[in-house]
Structure formats: C-alpha cells, structure tokens
Write a protein that binds this ligand. Structure first.
Ligand SMILES: *Cc1c(COP(=O)(O)O)cnc(C)c1O
Length: 382
C-alpha cells in the first residue's frame, strides 16, 4: 500500500470512525446481510461467535460436519476452547432435521452447520438443508450459525466450476450468523468475516473478546494475550486495507471475475489456456534449444487452499525436460531464486501450468530461464 488509509477516520462525520465501519458497509452490500465485521481469520471468527453466543451452553452439530481444516482447526477443539459444549447429532453420513430437534434442551444456545470445505461425502448421505435448520431454529427460538469456511461470494457453478454454497444464499436462507475466510475462494487477504442479523451480530460484537479483536483496545488485548485464545487476534490494518480493496471488486461481479486473481485463475477458459501455453512454449523453446525439450501438455489443475476438494480443472502446461541434467536439479535452482519459480515434476519434466500465471507473468518466466542459462549467473545460483 503506498498511500494513506481511511482506517479509523469517519468520512461521514468528524471524529474517529470505527475501523470496521468501511468493512461493514462493503460486507452488507456484497452479501445482502444486515451487518458484518472482520477479524483475523475464520478460526478466530468461529471461536468468537461460539464464545459470545454459547459459552457454558450447548451447541448442536452434525457428526458429518466435525471438520479438521489445515491441521490446526478442529471443530471439537475450537468448541472446547470457546467453553461451549458440543452436542453431536446424526451419524457420519446422515443427519436429519429431527436429529437436531431431538437434541434441543433448555441449555441449547446455537444450532451450527459447518461447510465441508475440504472434503466431500458421497454414497448414502443425507445432509439437513440450511432452510430446514433455519426453520427449526425459528420454531425453537435458537440462533443458527453457518461456518461456511471457503466462503464463495459468487456462484461458481455459473462459470462451469463445482457448485459451492454462497454467503448470499446462506443469508437469504435466514441464517443468523455466517462465518467465512477472506483468503480462500474469496481471494483476499487472511481474514475472518462474520455477517448476519444485526441483533445477533451486535451481541457478538459487544462481547469483551470481540472488542479486543476488532477495536483492539490495548488493555483488553494485553489481558487476552496470555490466554489460550490469544491466537484469535484482530485483523491488522494492512489486511484490512487489502480486504476492503478485494471486497470493492465484488460490488461488480463481472469485475470480480477479472480482478480477483483466484477467480480469474479458476475461470480461465480452456482455449485461452491452450493458446497461452503454446505461446509460452514457443518462446521457451528458443531459449532452451539444446539444453531442454519443451512441449505443451494437458493437465488437471486443483484449487488447493482447502477449497473445491474434488475439482480437477482441465488446463495446459509447458513441460520442460532438461537434456543433460536431472529435472530435480533445475527444479532446485528455480526454487532457490530470489523470486522462486515453482513447477510440478512429472515424468522427468517440469510442468508450468499457465492457469497459475497472471497477465504479464509469462514475461517473468521467460526472463527467469534466460538468466538461468547465462553462464556467469548460473555459477552463482547453482
Ligand atoms: C478454513 C476453514 C476454517 C478456518 O479458517 P481460517 O481463515 O483458515 O482460519 C474454519 N472453518 C471452515 C469450515 C473452514 O473451511
């Protein structure tokens, strides 16, 4: 960021604005929710919501949705850290709405649904649909939370990608509070977003932990720094600025598909990828003649980042097969450059999938190979 930021400046009035007033208005516009705010990451968002709404009370979750994400986020552990009591219902493969209903007691504070961001269940399965759960929540007077994790804001299905639930759909279904990551399918910086009904959000925001997370009052922060919950710190201002910039693209979905790198890469048309791969291959061929063989190969790209677990997107790569050295040696050299170039090794060739290159980056790749082959620089980097 190379200019001033309006963080904590109230543009409408005089005086100090809240650091999340900007974020709230953007989140409301792009999700349709009544209210919203940002914390450090989605793990913090989930922890905060559970602590604020259900500490010392019971939270009902399906056995098929007790996820582990990225090794450190395990739903039962986060639940324990929040002081809420996990009430598991249903079975691994089937959970019906009456499973939730039967588990409701006077101690129930929340009905929780968790999106399986990084795995799928197939075969004889039944998942309680969100509207059913919302209906039950309304009837019983218990708020419904949806941890959406990967957090798509746009309908990926419309671009030929696997269908993912969107935040907007969840809001429309009437869920009280939705949590999701800023850096998965949303394509922004590390952040945790919380959107939902105003009165519920205000309850969460007025919890002492939220004040520390969001407004960052020093004395409160100090107090929680020594607590196991310290992992859940507020979003920092650079991430907040990046988040604002990313969410602004979503005000115009067409623009988001072009400008948000992850959406652009996921939706790149196959013909375009093939053309770009052939072009890059031609240029690398000239440079690498005599030292490596270059061809265009078909690949299946994966989304990664704990999203779209079963998507294999047909794509194209330039395959570089060194003639006199093992490919691992080239890979090592490319990885140790100041700006590392990371490919995939397959059948003695290094594959560079063009889906992962943003506009202008082909030029950088060509430049990397040009330098790599200059005798004196080669001494240095080997
Ligand atoms: C990724 C994910 C989280 C954790 O989010 P972070 O932003 O990585 O902290 C929590 N819940 C679900 C369902 C997720 O997919």
């Amino acid at each position: 960021m190379s200019s001033y930021s309006t963080l904590e400046v109230g543009l409408e009035g005089r005086g100090r604005g809240s650091r999340h007033a900007h974020i709230e208005s953007l989140l409301v516009q792009v999700t349709g929710a009544e209210a919203g705010f940002a914390v450090n990451n989605n793990a913090a968002a989930v922890l905060l919501v559970l602590t604020a709404l259900a500490q010392g009370k019971e939270v009902v979750v399906s056995r098929g949705e007790l996820v582990e994400i990225g090794g450190t986020f395990r739903m039962p552990d986060v639940m324990a850290a929040s002081g809420a009591k996990l009430v598991e219902v249903g079975t691994t493969n089937k959970t019906y709405v009456w499973d939730y209903e039967r588990a409701i007691t006077s101690q129930t504070a929340l009905l929780l649904k968790v999106h399986r961001s990084n795995f799928t269940l197939r075969g004889f399965v039944h998942e309680t649909a969100l509207p059913e759960l919302v209906q039950l929540g309304r009837r019983a007077g218990i708020p419904v939370m949806y941890d959406l994790g990967s957090g798509a804001l746009l309908d990926l299905g419309r671009r030929g990608l696997p269908q993912e639930p969107t935040v907007g759909e969840a809001v429309k279904a009437g869920v009280d509070v939705v949590t999701f990551s800023g850096d998965k399918l949303l394509g922004g910086p590390q952040a945790g977003l919380i959107v939902g009904r105003k009165e519920v959000l205000r309850r969460i925001q007025s919890h002492p932990l939220a004040r520390a997370l969001i407004v960052g009052r020093k004395e409160v922060l100090r107090r929680i720094q020594s607590h196991p919950l310290a992992r859940a710190v507020r979003i920092d201002k650079l991430n907040l600025a990046a988040l604002v910039a990313t969410l602004r693209h979503y005000l115009d979905p067409e623009r988001a598909w072009q400008e948000v790198p992850v959406l652009r890469m996921l939706s790149a048309p196959q013909e375009e990828l093939e053309r770009r791969a052939r072009q890059l291959c031609g240029r690398l061929e000239e440079i690498l003649r005599g030292t490596a063989e270059t061809t265009v190969v078909e690949t299946a790209a994966e989304a990664g980042g704990g999203s779209l677990p079963e998507a294999h997107l047909p794509s194209y790569a330039v395959a570089i097969r060194p003639l006199t050295e093992p490919v691992e040696k080239w890979d090592q050299r490319l990885r140790s450059l100041p700006l590392p170039l990371i490919g995939v090794i397959r059948e003695d060739a290094l594959l560079l999938d063009v889906r992962t290159l943003l506009p202008g980056e082909e030029e950088e790749v060509v430049e990397v190979f040009r330098t790599l082959l200059t005798p004196d620089t080669r001494e240095i980097i080997t």
